[in-house]
Each structure stands twice: as C-alpha cells, then as structure tokens.
Write a protein that binds this ligand. Structure first.
Ligand code: 5GP
Length: 145
C-alpha cells in the first residue's frame, strides 16, 4: 500500500487554496466540501489537513479531529437531506478503491429506493452542488457548528 505522500494530489491543492472546492465546513484540523462526482445528493468529503495518504499515516490527533468533524458534518447532512440512512466510508489503497492519495472520509446519504451512482464517475453541475452545500451549511449553523 502506497504511503508516500505527494503534495501534488488534488486534495493537497484544494487545502492550499490552489484549486477550488465547494466548502461546507472548516476547523483547525479538517475541511469538508462537496464531492464533485457524488454517489448520491449530499455526498460530502471530510478531509484532514494533515499530510497523510491514508488512515495508517494519520496521527491520533488527526484521527480524533477527523471523526469529530465527520460526525458534525454527517449530522448536518442528515438534517439537510433526511435520507433513510448514511454511509460513512474511508478507503485505504487503490485496491480498496482509493483514488485520491490524501486521507478523507465519505459521507454518503442513502435512500431506500435509489441505487448509488458510480464511485468517482459522473461530474455534477457546480450550481447543483452549491445548492446542496447551502443546505448543509444552514444545518451546521442550526446545530451551532
Ligand atoms: P476515494 O476514491 O479516494 O476514496 O475518493 C475520492 C473522491 O474524491 C471521489 O468520490 C471523487 O469523486 C472525489 N473527487 C475527485 N476529484 C475531486 C475534486 O477535484 N474535487 C472534489 N470536490 N472531489 C473530487
């Protein structure tokens, strides 16, 4: 499993502000933004700021911050979309489906009558993602996060 961190990966560029993202949340240790190829409406990524490829490289402090931020954002996604369930996922290594080599957590709303769209397959319109982000941001504000 590759654990050599490359600062050229897309999430590192987003964290440095070199590439845009549709952000919903940020604290000292993490940022959360909309997945540009969402598997379901409201699919959000929580990204630790630490330079780590996967869960095995992340410090305990980073892991603690990440799960707290993931819980916070997932609560807001739940409030914003009222899904039937929410999958929280995190892939380590290409064999496990990891396509971006910077640690991140997926928050994916699930609906009883809807199959998931493909992983990292179809780009969503930015305006649609912005609308979803606004709903999540409003829910975060509501919960005081
Ligand atoms: P992984 O396969 O590494 O677990 O997940 C990477 C996720 O990042 C995928 O769901 C993919 O759709 C998403 N993604 C890839 N490139 C970008 C990007 O430039 N911006 C955003 N917001 N998401 C991205």
């Amino acid at each position: 499993m590759d654990t050599q961190y490359s600062p050229n990966n897309i999430f590192a560029k987003i964290l440095r502000g070199e590439m845009p993202c549709i952000k919903v949340y940020e604290d000292d240790d993490t940022i959360a933004f909309m997945d540009i190829m969402p598997q379901a409406d409201g699919h959000t990524l929580v990204v630790p700021k630490e330079a780590a490829v996967n869960l095995f490289d992340l410090s305990e402090r980073g892991a603690q911050a990440a799960i707290v931020a993931t819980q916070r954002v997932a609560r807001a996604v739940r409030a914003a979309f009222s899904p039937d369930g929410i999958s929280i996922g995190q892939f380590n290594g290409a064999a496990a489906g990891q396509t971006v080599p910077h640690i991140h957590f997926h928050i994916v709303p699930r609906y009883n009558d809807q199959a998931l769209r493909g992983h990292a397959r179809d780009m969503q319109e930015p305006d649609v993602l912005k609308g979803h982000a606004e709903r999540i941001i409003a829910a975060l504000r509501e919960q005081g996060a």
